[in-house]
Design a protein around this ligand. Structure first.
Ligand code: F0G
Length: 457
C-alpha cells in the first residue's frame, strides 16, 4: 500500500517562531510551569488541543465572505440548519457559540438537584455544567477502557451492565438523560461502537429516559465504525453518522472539532417543548435563534466544514496521521494509551515516569520537559485536571489515569512536524529517570488545570 498523503495542498502558510532552550526555560518559569499560561507564539508545535485549531479550506474561507450577517433569518443559518438536519435528523437545531454553551442550556433545563446524568465519560465542561445545575455526573466506561495497555476496537463504549443496574437501582425518575460521548475524549479519544450506541439507546427507551450524544467528534467515530465494526465497510461515512444520530433524542456539538471551524456549536433536539425552552434561554444568553452567539460567516464556514469532514479521503488521512504518531512512539518504547484514539495520542505518564507518584503530577512534569526539549505544547490529563486536593485536610485523591495528550489539530501539521515531535518525545523518554515531579503553589477552586501555578520539585 502507498503512503496515505494529506488530501490537500497548502495555499496559505503561517510561519513558526523558533526559540532556544534557554529562552524556553525563562518562558516556562514565567508561566508558572503551566503550559496554558504560555503565549502561543512561544510554542513551535501546538498540540494542546484539537479544538478550534483546524485549518479551514478555501471553500470555508470563501464562505466567510458570503456569510449573511442579518440579525434575524440569516441565509447562512438556514444553510447550517439544513446541513445539520440532513446529517442528524433532529427537528430543532439551536446554534451556540461553542459546545459548552449547548451543554449549559441543556442542563439548565434538564439538570437540577438530586438528579444523576450517566455518560461513558463526561468531558470536563460537560461534567461542570451537570454539576453546576445541582446534578451528579456519573462516568460508566467499560472496564477495558481504563486499561492503557489493552488493545480493543471500541474502548470508548458505555458499560451497559453498569448502566442497567444503575437505572434499576435509582429508578428512571432521577435520571433526566443519558449521554454518550463520541469519541470518548476523556478516555483517550477511543471510539464507541454502533452496537453500543444502539444498545444504550434501547436501554434508555425501555426506561423512558432521553438519550443524547455529545457529538464533537462524530465523524472520527463514524470512521472507526466503518473500519472496525462488522457490516459497515461498504457504508458511507454520512450513512454511518446518520445511523448514529438516529438512535438519539438530541445532541450537543462543539463545531470546533469535527465541524472544522474555529468557533461554533449547536444543541439539536427532537422534543418541541425542550426546544422552546432552549430557545428562550438562548435569546438571553447567546443570541437570537438564527445566530446563537455566532456571526453569519461562522455559520457559513461551519455548514461547509460539516460536509468536508465526512469526506472519506479526509478521514482516512486524519486517523492515519494519528496512528502514525502512535506507531513511531511505540517503536521507541514510549508507553501510550492503546490503541491510538481519533484525535490524539495519550502518553501514559504512570508508565513513563513510574518513579514520580500521582501527587507529584507526573503528567505535568512531562508537559514541562516536552516543551523545554522541543517547544511542543501538550496537555496534562491526569491528577492536575481530575485529581482533588482537600483545601482543609490536604487529602489528595488522584485521577484514575495519568496521561499527557498530544492532540492533533485538523489539517494543520505535516508528517515532518510529527517526525520532529517523535524525536523530541524520544529524547525526553531517554532521560526519563532524571525527571522530577512538580507541586502546586496556587490553584483556583474549579477547573484548576487552566490557571494553577506549579514549582518543580
Ligand atoms: N465535549 C467534548 C467531548 C469535548 O472534547 C469538548 C471540548 C466539549 C464537549 C466542549 O466543547 O470547547 O466547544 O465548549 N474539548 C476541548 C478539548 C476543549 O481540548 O478536548 P467547547
Amino acid at each position: 500500500m502507498k503512503t496515505i498523503i494529506e488530501p490537500f495542498k497548502i495555499k496559505s502558510v503561517e510561519p513558526l517562531r523558533f526559540t532556544t532552550r534557554k529562552e524556553r526555560e525563562a518562558i516556562l518559569t514565567k508561566a508558572g510551569f503551566n503550559l496554558f499560561n504560555i503565549h502561543a507564539d512561544d510554542v513551535l508545535i501546538d498540540l494542546l488541543t484539537d479544538s478550534g485549531t483546524s485549518a479551514m479550506s478555501a471553500k470555508q474561507w470563501g464562505g466567510m465572505i458570503e456569510g449573511d450577517e442579518a440579525y434575524a433569518g440569516s441565509k447562512s443559518f438556514y444553510r447550517l440548519e439544513k446541513t445539520v438536519k440532513d446529517l442528524t435528523g433532529f427537528r430543532h437545531i439551536i446554534p451556540t457559540h461553542q459546545g459548552r454553551a449547548a451543554e449549559k442550556i441543556l442542563f439548565n433545563i434538564m439538570g437540577g438537584e438530586g438528579k444523576v446524568v450517566p455518560n461513558n465519560t463526561h468531558f470536563d465542561t460537560t461534567r461542570a455544567n451537570v454539576e453546576i445545575s445541582g446534578s451528579e455526573a456519573l462516568d460508566l466506561p467499560v472496564p477495558e477502557g481504563l486499561d492503557p495497555c489493552i488493545k480493543r476496537d471500541f474502548k470508548g463504549n458505555m458499560d451497559l451492565d453498569a448502566l442497567e443496574s444503575f437505572i434499576r437501582k435509582e429508578g428512571p425518575k432521577r435520571i433526566p438523560l443519558v449521554m454518550l460521548t463520541v469519541t470518548n475524549n476523556s478516555n483517550a479519544g477511543q471510539p464507541v461502537s454502533m452496537e453500543n450506541i444502539r444498545q444504550t439507546s434501547d436501554l434508555c427507551r425501555t426506561h423512558g429516559i432521553p438519550f443524547f450524544l455529545d457529538a464533537c467528534r462524530f465523524a472520527e467515530n463514524a470512521f472507526f465504525i466503518k473500519i472496525r465494526e462488522p457490516g459497515y465497510r461498504q457504508t458511507s461515512i454520512r450513512k454511518i453518522a446518520q445511523e448514529m444520530f438516529s438512535y438519539a433524542d438530541g445532541c450537543t456539538m462543539s463545531g470546533k472539532k469535527d465541524g472544522l471551524v474555529n468557533m461554533g456549536g449547536f444543541l439539536a433536539v427532537n422534543d418541541d417543548k425542550l426546544a422552546q425552552k432552549a430557545r428562550n434561554i438562548l435569546v438571553v444568553t447567546e443570541g437570537f435563534p438564527t445566530y446563537g452567539g455566532l456571526a453569519g460567516h461562522d455559520l457559513e464556514a461551519f455548514a461547509q466544514g460539516l460536509d468536508e469532514v465526512l469526506q472519506e479521503d479526509y478521514l482516512k488521512y486524519r486517523i492515519r496521521s494519528v496512528v502514525y504518531l502512535g506507531e513511531k512512539l511505540n517503536k521507541l518504547g514510549v508507553p501510550i494509551f492503546q490503541p491510538p484514539g481519533g484525535h490524539a495520542i495519550y502518553l501514559d505518564a504512570k508508565a513513563f515516569l513510574p518513579h514520580v507518584p500521582a501527587r507529584e503530577y507526573p503528567g505535568q512534569a512531562m508537559t514541562c520537559e516536552i516543551y523545554l526539549v522541543g517547544g511542543i505544547r501538550a496537555c496534562e490529563i491526569g491528577s492536575v485536571m481530575f485529581g482533588k486536593t482537600d483545601p482543609e485536610s490536604g487529602d489528595f485523591k488522584p485521577a484514575r489515569l495519568e496521561m499527557v495528550r498530544l492532540a492533533i489539530p485538523r489539517r494543520v501539521y505535516t508528517q515532518s512536524h510529527i517526525d520532529y515531535v517523535v524525536e523530541c518525545i524520544g529524547e525526553v523518554f531517554q532521560r526519563r529517570e532524571s525527571l522530577k515531579g512538580v507541586r502546586i503553589v496556587y490553584e483556583p477552586p474549579v477547573l484548576r488545570h487552566f490557571t494553577a501555578i506549579f514549582e518543580p520539585l
